[in-house]
Design a protein around this ligand. Structure first.
Ligand SMILES: Cc1cc2nc3c(=O)[nH]c(=O)nc-3n(C[C@H](O)[C@H](O)[C@H](O)COP(=O)(O)O)c2cc1C
Length: 229
């Protein structure tokens, strides 16, 4: 049956008496555009973001799915200049180590990449996974404990899309010593760093990943393949 032939399920009030929305084809197209234009951003306008907007994006992130409904994501807004400087120094050390792992033309190309917007992004947000959370009562944890961190990753992705829907760019920085970053941010010891995010208005938009535009790595058709068993 073609999707256009599908019978619509009539809207029924939800748990709180709200009527479920109907996502029209026009919204579906717009949502696909959001996915196409999301981008990892490394070049930011340093103008501070409206605090209410950041709160709204965080609220959206908290709607993410999580194993056992554990909601293990924990957010740290990194604001103090000295703390940001320590994170930036951490990135620069890790990036130099990463560069040393390449040789020849690949090393030359790596050296030209801009792999963080730490110096310009007006908002820095560290996302941790609380590995000792009691929420969710351990459901799913016995067989796949890593699903707790996957849940925090989903919160990052939701935040990423929500931000982009407001014209805000997000850049994920993983070239960091996570333990040193956790010490710098003085978080509880059972919090594991999942993502360090640079957030702000992007200097430009594109429908093509920057690493693709710079010839580092294309999107490949291979990843779209589905094995059938
Ligand atoms: C888990 C993860 C870690 C990443 N770490 C970095 C990073 O340290 N520095 C960086 O510039 N981009 C980082 N990225 C962004 C990727 O390079 C980017 O998602 C990829 O090139 C595709 O581009 P797009 O996000 O614009 O589609 C990371 C992305 C993910 C999902």
């Amino acid at each position: 049956m073609a999707s256009g032939d599908r019978k619509m399920v009539p809207a029924a009030p939800g748990e709180h008496g709200t009527v479920p929305p109907v996502f029209e084809p026009r919204f579906q197209d717009t949502f696909e555009q959001l996915l196409r234009w999301r981008r990892d951003v490394r070049h930011f306008d340093p103008t501070p973001l409206d605090a209410g907007l950041v709160e709204r994006i965080l609220d959206a992130a908290c709607l993410s799915p999580s194993v056992g409904n554990s909601q293990p994501w924990r957010f740290v807004s990194v604001e103090a200049p000295a703390t940001r400087a320590a994170i930036t120094a951490n990135f620069e050390r890790a990036n130099a180590d990463a560069l040393a792992g390449y040789s020849g033309a690949r090393a030359e190309r790596y050296a030209t990449l801009k792999l963080s917007g730490l110096r310009d992004a007006p908002t820095h947000l560290a996302v941790f996974c609380d590995e000792s959370t009691e929420q969710g009562h351990g459901l799913g944890k016995a067989t796949m404990p890593e699903t707790l961190r996957y849940s925090a990753v989903l919160a990052v992705h939701t935040l990423w899309l929500a931000a982009r829907s407001h014209g805000i760019g997000v850049g994920w920085v993983s070239i960091l010593d996570p333990h040193a970053a956790a010490r710098t941010l003085a978080v509880p010891e059972h919090w594991a760093l999942v993502a360090y995010l640079c957030i702000g208005r992007p200097l430009s938009d594109s429908d093509t990943p920057e690493l693709e535009r710079l010839g580092w790595q294309d999107r490949t058709a291979r990843c779209r393949q589905v094995l059938r068993r």
